[in-house]
Write a protein that binds this ligand. Structure first.
Ligand code: TYD
Length: 215
């Protein structure tokens, strides 16, 4: 009988809006592939047809997002996350592939929990349910000052957060992430995202190297 494949590593990138997670995730996946690893590159909300639909509804459909109850919002992100975990992330890890994911449960802890003020225990319980208790092996927080992140986002596609929420909201998100990272130093690492893309890529590769290649 052949051995089951060695379980893949699950790496998430987190950070406030405009921190550069999506680009960093893509570069990380390309680097791992160049080293011969199999990688599933994904992100939330998204990664499945349900996730894409939730993304469209909660971020881009004004008739939904203009008056969305915070608990309904949290449940929609959680539903998308459950589908993504069960159908994409967990199966890939079991096949022995690594998963690089831009945003995961910590986004809900920071946004729905800290920034929107939903009770932290309730949000945590919901995340455990939605993820089947699957935690990343490594979470990289790309930290940027709020003005830097928002300045970058102004050039991107509209989403509800950008006109509904002021700087104070994004300060809460940033602080929440830094608190989460400090509370779980085993899982979390923080990199500065205000320099060049190449600088952030290099810092991230140094953090991922021992997790994937065991050095
Ligand atoms: P994203 O597309 O990752 O935008 P960016 O790359 O600029 O960060 O995320 C879209 C928005 O969705 C972002 O403002 C944060 C929000 N979000 C939540 O509030 N909760 C969640 O659980 C997730 C995954 C995202």
């Amino acid at each position: 009988m052949s051995e089951p494949p060695r379980r893949g590593r699950f790496i998430t990138l987190e950070g406030p809006d405009g921190s550069g997670k999506t680009t960093a995730a893509r570069h990380l996946a390309e680097w791992l592939r160049s080293r011969g690893e199999s990688v599933v590159l994904t992100g939330e909300p998204g990664g499945t047809p349900l996730g894409d639909e939730v993304r469209r509804l909660v971020l881009h459909e004004r008739s939904v997002s203009d008056d969305l109850d915070p608990r309904a919002d949290a449940l929609l992100f959680a539903a998308a996350r459950a589908q993504h975990t069960a159908r994409v992330i967990q199966p890939a890890l079991e096949r022995g592939e690594h998963v690089v994911c831009a945003r995961y449960l910590d986004s809900s802890l920071a946004y729905q929990g800290a920034a929107y003020g939903i009770d932290a225990d309730a949000i945590r319980t919901l995340q455990r349910f939605a993820t089947y208790d699957l935690l990343p092996d490594l979470t990289i927080l790309i930290d940027v000052p709020v003005e830097v992140g928002l300045g970058r986002k102004r050039h991107g596609e509209w989403n509800r957060f950008e006109d509904a929420e002021g700087v104070a909201f994004f300060e809460k998100v940033r602080k929440a992430y830094l608190d989460l990272a400090a509370a779980e130093p085993e899982r979390y690492r923080v990199v500065a995202g205000s320099g060049s893309v190449a600088d952030a890529d290099a810092l991230i590769r140094d953090l991922v190297e021992p997790v994937v290649f065991g050095r």
